[in-house]
Design a protein around this ligand. Structure first.
Ligand SMILES: [Zn+2]
Length: 106
């Protein structure tokens, strides 16, 4: 299956495009664009898209998690402590539970 060209996050359409770069992914909140590095295996690209969606969610007005962790000065570290808790683990839970996936979206 092809990578989606658009993802809707809280009603806002984000373009999803391939881009060769040093990172696995990149999100431009101001332009609503998510870049995915095609040089990584597809499995990594999928997790990267989840990772980038989580970045967007953390920047929603009603996101309280960054506020909760504001004692961590490094904002990039703070954001990734939260995101890395969920990106691969969430992907693997969904991957390993087809019955759950079917119940959620079947
Ligand atoms: Zn990140």
């Amino acid at each position: 299956m092809k990578m989606p060209s658009t993802v809707f996050i809280h009603g806002t359409a984000y373009d999803v495009q391939y881009k060769v770069m040093s990172d696995q992914g990149e999100t431009h909140l101001d332009r609503q664009i998510i870049y995915i590095n095609p040089d990584y295996p597809e499995r990594f690209q999928k997790v990267t898209l989840i990772h980038e969606v989580l970045h967007v969610l953390l920047h929603q007005k009603n996101s309280y998690l960054p506020e909760t962790f504001k004692y961590i000065d490094d904002t990039d570290l703070r954001e990734h402590l939260i995101i890395n808790t969920f990106d691969w683990p969430l992907f693997e839970v969904l991957e390993q539970n087809p019955v759950l996936r079917g119940w959620l979206w079947g």
